[in-house]
Design a protein around this ligand. Sequence first.
Ligand SMILES: [Cu+2]
Length: 498
Amino acid sequence: MTGLIIIAILILLGIVVVQIGKVTDLASKIRGEEEIELRNNRAQGRWLMVFMVVFLTLCFLTAAYYKNWMMGYGPHVSASAHGGELDQLFDTTLWFTGIVFVITHILLFYFAWKYSARKGQRASFMSHNNTLEIVWSSIPAVVMTFLVIKGLVAWNGVMADVSPDEDVIEIEATGYQFAWHLRYPGPDGLLGSRDYKKITGANPLGQVWSDDKNLDDIHPSEIVLPVNKKVRIRITSRDVLHSFFLPHFRVKMDAVPGLPTYFVFTPITTTEDYQLGLSQYPEYNVPSEPSDPEGPKLWETYNYELACAELCGSSHFAMRRVVRIVSEVEYDAWIASQNSYYMTNVRNTRYDTRLGEIFDTEITERHDEFFTEMESLLATPEGQDKILAMKYTEFETGSATLTTHSKYELSNAAELLIKYPDVHFEVGGHTDNTGDADQNLALSQQRAEVVVAELVKKGIDQSRLKAVGYGQTRPSADNNTEKGRAQNRRTELKIIAQ
Ligand SMILES: [Cu+2]
């Protein structure tokens, strides 16, 4: 609607100009063309002077009015170690270009007024002027050299990469239409390798799962970084050109498909301190939501942000991500609360290329899980069933042969029996309802006996263990689903005396 009105106004203005032109034509025919033209020239000259004054005044007034919203001014001092230098560079450039801007505009409009056509006056002819040419070539040359050298020095400092032994956090940002996919190294501090051919819905970054460094990598939804710690960001893209832009930190680097770029910077102001800085300015003491005048103030809800600075498509704006700078302690707590992408989203799914393996972390986790559950059963009052399903003890299909990975849980069980010498267990074997019921019963008995035998081999007294086969008589889940059947093919440890 607004667009239509603007177009209509422009058309009407055009018509007005054309009509005025026609009227002027008619008038000049009546009064004599030359005199009218001279008068028009003088009027235009005066109006151009008025325009110059209004234009330059507005330039300075708006700059002063919006100063506290602009990066580098008011509360928006750089939140990174290198940013101050870049701000200074911008300031220096702005001084030079600002002076030139004002002088050239004053001269432009002044000349239009001063040298407007007059009766009987002719422009003087000048083929060239050495002094003038030297002046207008050498001054810009000197200024440009100064700016370029200053810029190069700053660039070399800002773009310096980290040395191999330096203590840095290295994270990764991958742009795609339309979001930033972030990746942090897990506890190992190293990002795993990637292969674009492995990118799928379940593996958005194409991580190579055979690379152990990938197993603990985290994919968080926001950038959280500790203050005063050097960060190296690997920047890349999955589709078109994007640009990794952290305006408050003066960090900006293109994300190019197939060409990894990077940026190293050190955040020096926490989000909280930055907000406190903003709270000193009236502009940021207004309600954050105009519809909620009692709600939090603008400075309280203000956040650092990551944006895409390359116009990459229709939802380009949606690439915004919040950036939080926190204390080292808060950072450690945050990173500890994040889960590995592989372990939470890929492990033991059909996308897992390492299904046959068991990791050390899993062995430790399962050990702790076993002891926690069993010890809570031991602490349960008498009179209740105390049964623990041995989730990780499995047999080859249709046989009583243990799979290799079952040994870990059997060790856990043996360790527990040694720790609690008065505990007696019933080892219960169960099957699903596939096949013959009698055969299932026999198989479950055999399996229970195998588990008992394994524990005896580990030094547990045979009299503390009783093997019972239940066959398919006690399903714990629905036999109509594959998941339920798998759950029904279980071995249980039941505490019978303690
Ligand atoms: Cu983008």
